[in-house]
Design a protein around this ligand. Sequence first.
Ligand SMILES: [Zn+2]
Length: 770
Amino acid sequence: MLAVRSARVKGAAAARISRRIVCYGNQISIRRFESRTFPARIHSASCPFPRFHSTSSSTSSTTTMADAKLAQALSGLSISPATIAHEPTTSPAQWKEVIAAHADAPKDFELIKTLVYKPKTAKSATPIPVVVIAREATETNSGAIGKQLNLKELRLAAGELLQEFFGLDKDSLSPFAIDKDGFSKIVTVIDPSIADSTSTFALHASSSSSTIFVSGKDIVSHLKSLESEETKLQELAAAGAAAPAAPAPKAAPKEKEDAKIDGAVQIAIGVKKEVDFASWYTNVLIKADMLDYYSVSGCYILKPWSYSIWEEIQTWFNKEIKKLGVQNSYFPMFISQSVLEREKEHIEGFSPEVAWVTRAGQSDLEEPIAIRPTSETSMYPYYAKWIRSHRDLPLKLNQWNSVVRWEFKNPQPFLRTREFLWQEGHTAFLTKEEADVEVRQILDLYRKVYEDLLAVPVIPGVKSEKEKFAGGLYTTTLEGFISTSGRGIQAATSHCLGQNFSRPEMFNIFVEDPQDHSKSYVWQNSWGLSTRAIGVMVMVHGDNQGLVLPPRVASIQAVVVPCGITAKTTEEQRTKINEECEALAQKLRDADIRAKADLREGYTPGYKFNDWEQKGVPLRLEIGPQDMKKNQTLAVRRDNGSKTPLPLGGIESTITELLKTIQNDMFTTARDNYWSHVKTITQWEDVVPALDSKNIIAIPWCEAEKCEDDIKDRSGRAAEPQDERAPSAGAKSLCIPFDQSHWPAIEAGKTKCVGCGSDAKRWTLFGRSY
Ligand SMILES: [Zn+2]
């Protein structure tokens, strides 16, 4: 629950804030002066903060200790760096802002982040914290770091551990808080690019309210000076420090050279999908103008080209759920701590990702307020209030909103973002039977969103106990597949919550039997579909020319481009071609086809072709002088590149049909591709090779949780990492498909589980996943 929780501002620290006293030593460029007495030189009597000498009369012993370590570190380096005092900061963004606004700070600087992780250790054992020192822009991936160090389940360390080892909170830590004694008790890992960088780095001096500016060399020298025979400074491997996601690969590493497309023109995607999938994906999103990066890490701007897809989904889905009697409503985004934590199992599933508001202006809130990670707990107290009798059931509400899950894994646009858009439906019924029926009705609507609108195939099924929604009874799911990475992806889920939330000790939602006054606790469902769907669509259909949009969700379905205009073309001819193009577009619009004529001056047809291909417009219609003579247009499909001349007579119905064909073809191609990667496996030896060949597997499975853990463990260890940004993980269960008819019937007592050899229950999909 750390996320955006801010540190409490102590009185003394707060008093210091406004004074902004600047303590300056020599400039950082003049480092090598021979003096061990600099603390005295940089601290005149009128400069109360910070004091680097151990005899400081500082208010708390904590500060004294941290100051002493800092003083020792700096004297060891014989430097007296520029130091500024400022208000305490509780986030990198705020820290950066405060420094940038400071008159005495260097113009250009980079933040250094000092992260402390705790590996999973037995309760009795003393933990050995892992301290990761990295540049601000370096994405640190705890999974990969754990893998590199051979440590299990690294988690950001709690405040108590930081106090125990460093005597500081997370907002005050820096490499200078580590001394020789401390160094021997921890594992220290440094981002190797710090040493070679010419940047000036900002580090907290000894608290979150002071900053010093040093070079990368100084940081490394300090840490090296702490090394002993037993304990050495470690370097962060590439997998643990994936380059920050950037709009374009500015400096692609050499081994990625072959990913570049030969002769790629300025506006092409520039990277091959099958070679560097991660860069390809972000390039497509940027070049198709779907998305832009945002100043808060893990958050993205959805531009009209992608938001319009979401609107199509909304329009269709709203219509369908209203047929089922669902009504839209809106609940606040804030949830009080006590309400959020009422359902223990539920909150345990979400707690590491919950962001908290702890302060308003300068005052701390009495009780922190959570930003909803999902709305069960915000809505159900009111369900208890509103549901009084049988007549109030079923209650079916939906809301279109955003939720926040403060992920620490590598963010990926649409797939894993800290804030995302979705709809969440919450319904209550008198009986389990009614709830069961609705769970499947909704899942089928989700299937239609994917298959009919986005042309993305999915496999419907039920989640294992381990993978089901926290606090729910059972979870049904649609599982998608990204064949380029060979990974499964959860596409949408529809949960039956059972009576877990309606029980008297939870939200106490019941109706009374009019005859015997017995209480019936309601049966509840919740279901959600998010903008992740857009990312899955991009990954499934996109190619090396860019985005490929299925016609049903394309905000422009057909673009009309004037062609054959040369230097010899007269003004009159040119006007005539343009008019013909506009007339065609208008005719199509009148027939409810989303069409546009691209009459931009100063762009060649070739440029326009590329531009619209990159943006994925399903159909291009060319009109040139020859076409006009023949009263036809040349239709070029985005999905397969095929070209067909079409007569202009009756063009509306021809295009309507053609768009349907494209939609169907895109789905069929993707479905065949998906199923060609679902491998039926009946012995363990075949599991890892199948996964390594970018497949998911269908196995007879016992459905035991321990077996699932074991499969994940064994398939993770055996595998080689495939992509620096997607280190290979173990396979987890994706779903138990409802339709088991793809595979031979399971024979009770005869068919054995591929994982553990005990009796298998059902065929289950396992795979590496997003
Ligand atoms: Zn098993």
